[in-house]
Design a protein around this ligand. Structure first.
Ligand SMILES: [Zn+2]
Ligand SMILES: [Zn+2]
Length: 134
């Protein structure tokens, strides 16, 4: 089995999937549980306070919040689109549904454009007409 240096603790370990060893993964999980428990008891907290209380880095906590694994109501997690305070994830609800709509609209317009091109390809008249316009 091939051995790699753990990206975090530099220990040699048989690499499976993660760039860090099982000890470090376990450490992360423990830390995550600490943060989760802390937030369950203190849901109204600033990220910096959670970091200070649990020893997890603010960056790591933010990552977990963005992944939707944690919720916080301290107000310093904000929607990436409009800056509104949110408790978890990346966007507030209105922006999230807007993002979903935009994706739908994009897919629809791509589909419509493709259908129009196919229709044009089937019809020589339309093709000649549109060429003449150029
Ligand atoms: Zn490690
Ligand atoms: Zn928003």
């Amino acid at each position: 089995m091939e051995m790699y240096n753990c990206r975090r603790c530099k220990k040699l370990f048989p690499r499976l999937r993660e760039p860090i060893c099982s000890d470090c993964i376990q450490q992360d999980e423990d830390l995550f549980n600490d943060v989760k428990n802390f937030l369950r008891d203190n849901p109204k907290t600033l990220i910096a306070d959670v970091a200070a209380e649990t020893g997890a880095s603010a960056k790591k906590i933010l990552g977990w919040l963005r992944e939707g694994r944690l919720e916080i109501v301290g107000g310093d997690l904000t929607c990436k689109a409009c800056g509104e305070g949110i408790s978890t994830g990346i966007f507030c609800e209105p922006c999230q549904s807007k993002v979903n709509q935009d994706l739908d609209a994009m897919e629809n317009s791509v589909g419509a454009a493709r259908a129009a091109l196919e229709a044009e390809a089937r019809s020589n008249v339309v093709t000649m007409h549109s060429r003449a316009k150029k």
